[in-house]
Design a protein around this ligand. Sequence first.
Ligand code: DP6
Length: 340
Amino acid sequence: MNHQFPDHLVKSVERRVTGRACSNVALAKYWGKRDVSLNLPYTGSLSVTLDGLETTATVEIESGKTSRTILNGVLTSGPEADRIRGFLDLVRLAAGSRSVASAELASNFPVAAGIASSASTFAALAVAAAAAYGVSLTATQLSILARRGSGSAARSIFGGYTEWLPGEASDGTDSFAVRLAEPEHWRLGIAVVITNERPKSVGSRSGMAHAAKTSPFFPAWLTSHEDDLADIRRGILDRNLTLVGETAEHNCLKMHAVSLTSRPALLYWKPATLAVIETVYELRAGGIEAYFTIDAGPQVKVLCANEQIGIVAAALANAPGVKRVLRSGPGNDAHVVEAA
Ligand code: DP6
């Protein structure tokens, strides 16, 4: 992103662009950074973009105005707003502009509760901010940009099945997501089980830094990760639910084992989280293929055949402590909705 526009062009920029992106759920997780400031991961990760769980971001540039951040209708300041402003500034500098941008963000699912809202937020912001500042980026460049806001956002630029390549370069130019398969390739059923709507106490960002530093299991997490990636990649291409599901569960439990063995320990689960895991085991014992995965929070995502999502969602809704169950599947690319 080395675009430098002449001053007379940028000064007159007055634009308002709305972008939208879906959240995603990692089947092989990102947990640990080799570079904290650039969000460069130690390992690759692999995810499905979640249809219907969206963030809409409107970025507005008006010369001479100060920057405002509105989150779900509320004017916000503090660290959250600073992070968004810092991100918008990356795009502003790439555009060579002096005009700061304001952002208005709305997500249609519980934010900061372990459904990667930062993924959809920064993917939506990336497409909207790039368009608002008139910086033309390829999908790969958008993924690199989104990664700067939040690592998992790199994957939400693409719909369907996505792999984030960790890269090796110290400047992050080779650390971006690629599409493994379009949503139509495999209409997997994904039940998003909400067990708790309150924001989590330890976010992914500090959780993974803490785990990488203090868990004796962290080296084993790193060395065993490549095999999981290979199996899940192959499973997706073959539409093999057993292989994808078993490996995703295993990878998730390793991530939580690393967190549990940090000092002090990090326990993201609530009693209802465990009740959902047991329901998944019962479904399997009854001949219905369902597999769980859990990110840095108490919610659970359950994978199943699309034709069985009704039965699976109904069983999960009955598990003790479950608040609600959202039905999803592979979603679409991040995109611009409206530009004025
Ligand atoms: C457990 O992408 O939220 O959901 O890069 O610090 O913003 P930052 O972290 P973030 O971490 C997501 C962690 C995870 C696993 C995953 O999505 O791969």
